[in-house]
Design a protein around this ligand. Structure first.
Ligand code: PMP
Length: 386
């Protein structure tokens, strides 16, 4: 019998997959996995259908369809006052997650250390470990979930190759301020540390807050791979289209990995998005649209057994639940799916060691009627039911 020496011996099927399957099995409302349950913009869908009809059905260039890269460069210049080259600095990828994974593969050698802040999106640590590198985990502490700069400084060693940040943040919804970005820039000055910046929720900041992309900070950008997702911008997570922006020398190496992996991405959606991006209102309106959903869900959940933390960005709200249950997060999430009819994600999923602070994440990127129906079920739970 052949045996594989597993690159990820402790990793199982992600809880997002498990909870979505459980939600389907129990016919529960899925506020677990982060994807919209409403239709994407039909204008964009129509552009994709047109691209297929117009014959855009062969391989796209390895780095991406050029008009799409040009449209991204224009957007970046307008939003972040940073001029980048469509030829040298941008590669279109099959999703933001692939961009992050490829950035890690590009820079990491076995034994390198990468600083990860937890709670963290679940792909980062497996990506790092499968390169033979070592995740060095720092906790963002409840309830503010902000980076502790002293702890960061003391975690940096001669082996630190990279730090990964995520703003707006999944799952906590925190958004890094200008001061925080400058603090990070200061700490990284005169080091050889790369920065992977997960900005898939770039257009989802609320209450007038700005997204502070690494692209706004030329000194930070010099060491960065910034990763983005069109799935989150245009409510089409199933299109799995994203991109990475990096300085020319890093992008050259990134493309060496990408060209023998995916090589290129689905052509029709690239052609469609290149056209759609010409109209900035298609992405600038997203934050208002999604903020209304956040506000609706929070107001519907007033006087429920869940206590919600403030949320500044992204797709998710976070709640503690001591009034209704003393169960651990995973057990409660399972019970809620099976008996209350609402699927959520326990925060323990976002910790490598599974720490359970008894917190649940709810995705509010859903139709109004979904949020209303979910809130009704969740509010019907009486104290001590579970
Ligand atoms: N990073 C974060 C923080 C995410 O939430 C997600 C998607 N849930 C991704 C990356 C992956 O994005 P994509 O689906 O475009 O690969």
């Amino acid at each position: 019998m052949l045996k594989i020496n597993s690159k990820l011996p402790t990793t199982g099927t992600s809880l997002f997959t498990v909870m979505s399957a459980l939600a389907t099995e129990y016919n529960a409302i899925n506020l677990g996995q982060g994807f919209p349950d409403f239709e994407m913009d039909n204008t964009l869908a129509e552009l994709a259908r047109k691209a297929i009809a117009d014959g855009y059905n062969q391989y796209a260039p390895m780095a991406g369809y050029m008009p799409l890269r040009e449209a991204i460069a224009e957007k970046v210049e307008t939003l972040y006052q940073h001029k980048i080259s469509p030829s040298d600095n941008i590669t279109i990828t099959p999703g933001g997650g692939y961009a992050i994974c490829t950035a890690f593969t590009t820079i990491l050698d076995p034994g390198d250390e990468v600083i990860v802040f937890e709670p963290a999106f679940d792909s980062y640590i497996p990506n790092i470990v499968s390169c033979g590198a070592i995740p060095v985990v720092l906790e963002l502490e409840y309830p503010a979930y902000k980076i502790n700069w002293d702890k960061l400084k003391s975690a940096i060693t001669t082996k630190t190759k990279a730090i990964i940040i995520n703003s707006p943040h999944n799952p906590t919804g925190t958004v890094m301020s200008d001061d925080e970005m400058l603090q990070l820039q200061e700490i990284l000055r005169d080091t050889n540390i790369f920065l992977i910046s997960d900005e898939v929720y770039e257009h989802l900041t609320y209450d007038g807050l700005q997204h502070n992309s690494v692209l706004k900070y030329p000194e930070l950008f010099e060491r960065s791979f910034a990763c983005f997702s069109f799935g989150k911008v245009y409510n089409c997570t199933g299109w799995k289209l994203g991109y990475c922006i990096a300085p020319k020398a890093w992008m050259t190496e990134f493309r060496k990995i990408h060209q023998y992996n995916a090589f290129c991405c689905f052509t029709p959606t690239q052609v469609a998005i290149a056209e759609h991006l010409k109209n900035p209102s298609t992405y600038l309106g997203l934050k208002h649209f999604m903020q209304q959903k956040r506000d609706l869900f929070i107001s519907l959940m007033e006087n429920s057994g869940f206590d919600f933390l403030p949320v500044d960005g992204g797709y998710f709200v976070t709640a503690t639940y001591e009034k209704i249950s003393s169960l651990g997060g995973l057990d409660l999430a399972m019970q809620l799916t099976k008996t209350a009819g609402v699927a959520t994600i326990p925060y323990s999923t976002f910790y490598n060691k599974g720490q359970d602070y008894k917190i649940l994440r709810f995705c509010f990127a859903k139709k109004e009627m979904t949020l209303i129906a979910a809130a009704e079920k969740l509010k019907a739970i009486t104290p001590g039911s579970f």
